[in-house]
Design a protein around this ligand. Structure first.
Ligand SMILES: NC(=O)c1ccc[n+]([C@@H]2O[C@H](COP(=O)([O-])OP(=O)(O)OC[C@H]3O[C@@H](n4cnc5c(N)ncnc54)[C@H](O)[C@@H]3O)[C@@H](O)[C@H]2O)c1
Length: 280
């Protein structure tokens, strides 16, 4: 099915979802079906115990008569958009395979890419409209814009510290969102994060260096995602924070990004582009 607009002006397109049995994969399938989109396929890892399960049932919805495929080309089928919240190696392999499909846009929520892998994604964006975000929630993307603004206005004598808490199963650290916030703070200071990122404070010689941006990580229980950016001077402390209350927030954001991306030319975009917050 092609991306098209129906008589009510609602845009319709079909999606394939990578990692359909994962926490986010199930949310994405559920949110897509609830929005009336066509879910035409999904992928899972070759070692997944869910290869025999129905994609709709995995998401707690109706039977779709679709099982997860292990190769991205079969999973993509006739989809217009590929939505991928998996692991870096799986996402990169899928992007390469999508050249052989009719997918025109990819939404990447996977986190934990190395700089070399980020460059690979940028190359894939020569042929696809890619929206990549460490966090697809509207609130976090606004927090990112506010962080950039505060870092710019408050001079380097204000210490910037970023704290994040996630559930005990999270693999990468600091979270993609924490790094996104760190990049926004560094941008406000006119420098790359690689130059300002403080090493973890640990050991006898762990004093904070002026101007650095520090990260602190907690992993506990079922926390979906808490982020806090603090700006501290000798006399005051300004704290900006965000709490994700439901994992569905990321799925809804990813679907908004998908609806936007199917209408774009190939290129690498982020949630600020989707939300019109770029340059704020
Ligand atoms: N950007 C955001 O807004 C956002 C929000 C939540 C999570 N995430 C990120 O999304 C990713 C997934 O998170 P999760 O909590 O759903 O993890 P998860 O472990 O529950 O799900 C990942 C799924 O991907 C599958 N997978 C692994 N290799 C695969 C392959 N080669 N082909 C197909 N499927 C494969 C796994 O089997 C698993 O089912 C993580 O990187 C996480 O940090 C991003």
């Amino acid at each position: 099915m092609c991306a098209m607009t129906d008589s009510a002006g609602t845009q319709s397109f079909s999606v394939a979802i990578a990692g359909v049995a994962g926490r986010m994969g199930r949310q994405l399938v559920g949110a897509a079906l609830d929005s009336g989109l066509d879910v035409t396929g999904g992928s899972e890892a070759p070692a997944s115990e869910h290869l025999g399960s129905d994609i709709g049932e995995l998401a707690g919805r109706r039977l779709l008569h679709l099982k997860p495929a292990t190769d991205p080309v079969s999973a993509a089928g006739n989809a217009d958009v590929w939505i991928d919240f998996t692991r870096p190696a799986a996402t990169l392999a899928a992007l390469d395979s999508l050249k052989h499909t009719r997918v025109r846009a990819a939404i990447i929520g996977t986190t934990g890419f190395t700089p070399a892998e980020e460059a690979e994604i940028a190359r894939a964006a020569n042929g696809l409209a890619i929206v990549k975000a460490g966090n697809f929630s509207v609130g976090v993307n606004l927090l990112q814009a506010l962080t950039r603004m505060a870092a710019e206005r408050l001079g380097p004598d204000w210490d910037i510290e970023i704290y994040e808490t996630h559930h005990r199963r999270k693999v990468d650290a600091p979270s993609g969102t924490a790094l996104m916030l760190g990049e926004a703070a560094a941008e406000g200071r006119g420098k790359p994060l690689s130059e300002l990122r403080a090493p973890p404070y640990d050991g006898p010689d762990a004093k904070r260096r002026a101007g650095n941006i520090g990260f602190a990580v907690r992993r506990t229980g079922g926390v979906i995602g808490d982020h806090e950016v603090s700006f501290g001077s000798d006399m005051e402390l300004l704290t900006l924070s965000h709490t994700a209350l439901d994992r569905a927030v990321f799925a809804h954001g990813a679907l908004s990004a998908a609806a936007w991306a199917v209408q774009q030319d190939p290129g690498l975009y982020n949630m600020n582009d989707v939300l019109g917050l770029s340059g704020n």
